[in-house]
Design a protein around this ligand. Structure first.
Ligand SMILES: Cc1cc2nc3c(=O)[nH]c(=O)nc-3n(C[C@H](O)[C@H](O)[C@H](O)COP(=O)(O)OP(=O)(O)OC[C@H]3O[C@@H](n4cnc5c(N)ncnc54)[C@H](O)[C@@H]3O)c2cc1C
Length: 463
């Protein structure tokens, strides 16, 4: 068996000394992601391979030395899934950051995993094309992280989540072999859908080193509508009716009263909700021209019918961007109140009002502020708990609220995670949600692909 020193010597010789970091002052920055509740350890080393061949070398060397690997993109995750465990190698993909190809004729792009989401969006826009998945962290999270968490964002209501934009992957397996999944064609059903197996697998099955992504034509500049409601039940009813009537906005976001107040204070502006509004619905249509006007008018009508106290639409891009900036700044605004911890339960769209009311109740029970913002169009809510990060007692209360919200989400017929993943924070909740047969199948797949439990052991579920 190779010693840790042998491993580090081998990795430094193959990747170069500057790609193998061992100084704790440096490696400390790679110990955890953005979820404050998740446990984390101290890595043996942080490695930054520059191409697929170097990833293969790292995987083979770590497997031979019995040292686990935690793959990592930007570390913006909210489940602890990229958190180091003691003695592991953290494999960071940020040097694998090439946009290998943009093929406008076939509407696809081939990219390495370390490419930042916003960079890809900008690069394909030059060809009149659009890569839809847009997590709010899109200016720093990586495509590899998005693939591995099956990230969502603001545009899922119309364009789906990350998996809906993936055609194929290149993955380094636990034995160092390179697996190519999927295709470059629009259709293709040869064999099991291995691409979808790796999407959302949270770094537990292999290291994604390249992805072929489907692109769409660039949508039109969006029109924006904002509606304020006197109760969350009325806002929830509006969402249900918009869905039932078959109107498909390109964005439909909801903010509760705590969130509205926080954003207004942070941006020093009025969102037009008016004092005491219980909920704000923000919708966009990117269909362009008359079609967009028709869609927003239909949404306005639904909002009025369900009791909105204010409805306003604009086709001025600057005003639309201002309203969207308010939504995107929610977490920064809540930071002014204290440390935040955000949940991501997803409930049927008919239960959004119940979820928001339930979160208010949970906040009152534990004695903490719980603000709710979310992707109303797909029912994916982000109840965000505010607490004093320096107080153990408040952290315990926040943890209690976090779990109570997951239980509430399940009781409403939802799922414990709509986009952030299970990671090191929701393992027992995964088991509760999918049951023993689901867990057995998960463990069989993991054992078949990673028999030595090399990749991200203990994350998502224990073997
Ligand atoms: C302010 C803020 C807003 C956010 N908004 C959203 C949102 O709207 N929607 C959303 O879905 N998420 C959101 N997130 C969460 C986070 O940004 C996403 O989960 C994102 O996809 C993580 O990307 P990353 O590059 O930071 O990955 P990391 O956090 O580094 O890793 C995430 C997971 O992917 C694995 N991984 C990374 N790269 C690879 C690879 N190449 N091969 C195999 N496994 C790999 C890791 O092991 C880990 O399990 C937000 C986070 C923050 C801080």
């Amino acid at each position: 068996m190779r010693t840790h020193n042998d491993l580090l010597t081998e990795l430094s010789a193959a990747l170069g000394k500057d790609a193998v970091l061992v100084d704790p002052d440096v490696t400390d920055g790679y110990r955890r992601d953005m979820m404050p509740l998740a446990p984390y350890g101290s890595p043996l080393a942080v490695v930054l391979p520059a191409d697929t061949a170097e990833v293969q070398i790292v995987v083979r060397a770590c497997a031979a030395a019995g040292v686990p690997i935690v793959p990592r993109g930007a570390g913006s995750g909210l489940s602890g899934a990229a958190n180091a465990i003691d003695g592991c190698v953290v494999l960071v993909t940020t040097r694998l950051n090439e946009i290998v190809e943009v093929d406008p004729e076939n509407r696809l792009a081939v990219v390495q995993p370390g490419v930042v989401n916003l960079e890809l969006r900008g690069a394909v826009e030059k060809h009149g094309l659009f890569y839809p998945p847009d997590p709010s962290s899109y200016d720093w999270c990586t495509i590899g992280g998005n693939l591995s968490t099956n990230a969502g964002g603001l545009c899922c209501v119309k364009y789906g989540v990350t998996t809906d934009s993936v055609l194929g992957l290149e993955v380094v397996l636990a034995d160092g072999e390179l697996l190519r999944t999927g295709r470059r064609t629009v259709k293709g059903v040869a064999g099991y859908d291995l691409t979808k197996l790796f999407v959302g697998s949270e770094g537990t099955l292999g290291v994604i080193t390249q992805a072929t992504l489907a692109l769409r034509p660039l949508p039109q500049a969006p029109g924006t509508m904002v509606a304020a409601f006197p109760s969350v039940a009325a806002a929830g009813a509006a969402v249900s009716r918009i869905v039932r009537e078959g109107i498909v906005p390109s964005l439909m976001e909801i903010m509760d009263t705590t969130t509205i107040e926080a954003v207004e204070a942070y941006l020093k502006t009025e969102l037009g909700a008016g004092r005491g509004s219980a909920a704000l619905l923000l919708c966009q249509s990117d269909s362009g021209g008359e079609q967009a006007r028709r869609e927003l008018t239909a949404i306005e009508q639904v909002c009025q019918d369900t009791g909105a106290e204010l409805v306003h639409s604009t086709f001025d891009p600057a005003e639309g961007q201002l309203l969207l900036a308010a939504r995107r700044s929610v977490l920064y605004a809540l930071e002014e109140y204290g440390t935040w911890m955000t949940d991501d339960v997803c409930v049927p769209r008919t239960r959004i009002g119940d979820l928001i009311a339930g979160c208010e109740r949970i906040g009152a029970e534990v004695g903490l502020k719980v603000a709710v913002v979310g992707h109303a169009g797909d029912g994916n809510m982000h109840p965000t708990i505010i607490y004093d990060g320096t107080s153990e007692a408040e952290l315990a209360k926040a943890y209690q609220a976090f779990n109570d919200i997951l239980a509430l989400g399940l009781s409403l017929g939802g799922t414990v995670t709509g986009e952030h993943g299970v990671g090191r924070i929701k393992q027992e909740w995964l088991e509760r949600e999918i049951g023993p047969v689901g867990m057995r199948v998960h463990r069989s797949i993991k054992a078949a692909l990673d028999p030595g439990n090399l990749f991200n052991p203990g994350s998502m579920f224990a073997m």
